[in-house]
Design a protein around this ligand. Structure first.
Ligand SMILES: Nc1ncnc2c1ncn2[C@@H]1O[C@H](COP(=O)(O)OP(=O)(O)O)[C@@H](O)[C@H]1O
Ligand SMILES: [Mg+2]
Length: 423
């Protein structure tokens, strides 16, 4: 936009609104001039309607100096007159989604896109995808977000709430970050006002906000707005049960056929077909985890001279597996570390104590191996389930529910320290 473009409500409307806002703020023309950096004369000309078509930049400075809430500032800037006042440029922050087809996620992807494109926004509460490390949460939300981005003309904002090796993003930082991305007047100093400004912005702008690696409700809550025009999509590391959501999906390991298909897509169906047993062994060693399968696929793709059987051999040793499942910046070990690091000590201890029964346990094993106090055992188990370390089982014929540690979690607890030492 050039400095010569003129914006705003019609001059008399603007003049009256400006006088009202200045008086409400208890400022003289001189004081407002000082705060805004405009001249007293410029302000006088605006307030008398002599400046018929003010510069947008002047109005931005004035609304900022007056500390007007976004809705009023928008009105002054002529937000009701789209022909004369374009919104700030729409952000396009989505990282690239994986280029390959996502195996086994067709149904959940369809649910997400249908939710995000519901015709009546109404109460567009967040859609949440939750799952264990490496299950494909990020890939899934990004794919969904790219599919529907056209429906969000005011932009797409992406925030990783737990960027690798940096501190988590707090709710207040997130508020400022989203406000900054969506543009307009600067965020107010006070966190409370900034939250109010954000709600106001979200109730007006058709923006898609994508949050990755959320692990608490508090991180998402500032984005909840009853009459939001946009939508919020969250990839979470734990169940956010206290959050009002309209759509919640848990993703886990892929079914064996899907896992096989995913590997074949990367390695070439021929190469896998030639070594059927090795292919099956790879799928088994990766336990259906998309991250592990992706790494296995990359390993083979990078080594045309090695056979799937070579890789299957290396993965056969459980003590070695995490060390092998690493390529470039993709690593099953780091992916589990991010979850494990967030655990309170009693949960870490419980995971270790569960190792002997990791593949098949229920509350009886919890009381035998972790704590004799049954209600404490129930609490610990629930917490491990919420935090996506334990794969929930279905009740068997006798009505008993048997769970298992996710395989990558089991390997991490059993052999993680060794895998780390050689990094
Ligand atoms: N359904 C899938 N089909 C094929 N590849 C997938 C699938 N889900 C994830 N991937 C790939 O697996 C890796 C891990 O996925 P990611 O989304 O980063 O997992 P998470 O965010 O749950 O830790 C990525 O490289 C991603 O491209
Ligand atoms: Mg992720």
């Amino acid at each position: 936009m050039t400095g010569d473009e003129r914006h705003g409500a019609p001059a008399p409307v603007l003049a009256a609104a400006l006088v009202r806002a200045r008086e409400a703020a208890g400022l003289t023309q001189g004081e407002l001039a000082e705060r805004s950096g405009l001249s007293v004369r410029a302000i006088r000309n605006l307030e008398t309607g002599r400046t018929a078509r003010p510069r947008r930049q002047s109005l931005v400075l004035l609304t900022g100096a007056l500390g007007l809430p976004a809705r009023e500032a928008g009105r002054l800037l002529g937000a009701g007159h789209p022909a004369t006042a374009p919104e700030p440029p729409a952000p396009a922050e989505l990282p690239a989604a994986p280029r390959h087809r996502l195996a086994g996620r067709g149904a959940v992807l369809a649910d997400l896109t249908a939710h995000l494109t519901r015709p009546s926004p109404g109460q567009r509460w967040p859609a949440v995808v939750v799952g264990p490390p490496g299950a494909g949460k990020t890939a899934l939300v990004l794919r969904a977000a790219h599919e529907v981005r056209g429906r969000f003309p005011d932009g797409q904002v992406f925030v990783d709430l737990h960027p690798a090796s940096r501190l988590p993003v707090t709710a207040d930082t997130l508020v400022r970050r989203v406000l900054r991305s969506l543009g307009g007047v600067p965020a107010p100093e006070s966190p409370e006002e900034a939250r109010a400004r954000l709600r106001d912005t979200l109730s007006r702008r058709r923006a898609l906000i994508v949050l990755d690696n959320a692990d608490s409700e508090a991180q998402v809550r500032p984005l909840l707005v009853d009459d939001a025009r946009g939508a919020v999509l969250v990839a979470a590391r734990c169940e956010l049960f206290a959050l009002p959501t309209l759509l919640r999906r848990r993703i886990g390991p892929l079914e064996p056929q899907d896992a096989h298909r995913m590997l074949a897509a990367q390695v070439g169906a021929e190469r896998l077909r030639a070594e059927r047993r090795a292919g099956a062994a790879l799928v088994e060693a990766c336990a259906g985890l998309p991250l592990a399968l992706h790494i296995a696929g990359l390993w083979l793709a990078a080594r045309p001279g090695r056979s799937p059987a070579d890789l299957a051999d290396r993965l056969a040793d459980e003590g070695e597996r995490l060390r092998v499942l690493r390529v470039g910046d993709l690593s099953v070990w780091s992916s589990v570390t991010a979850y494990h690091r967030a655990l309170p000590p009693p949960l870490r201890t419980a995971l270790r104590q569960l190792l002997p029964v990791a593949r098949d346990f229920g509350i009886e094993e919890m009381t035998a191996h972790v704590t004799p106090d049954r209600s404490h055992a129930v609490d610990l188990l629930e917490e491990l389930l919420h935090r996506q370390l334990v794969e929930p089982g279905r009740p068997d014929r006798a009505g008993r529910v048997r769970h298992r540690l996710y395989d990558a979690v089991r390997l991490y607890v059993a052999h993680g320290a060794a895998a780390r030492r050689t990094r």
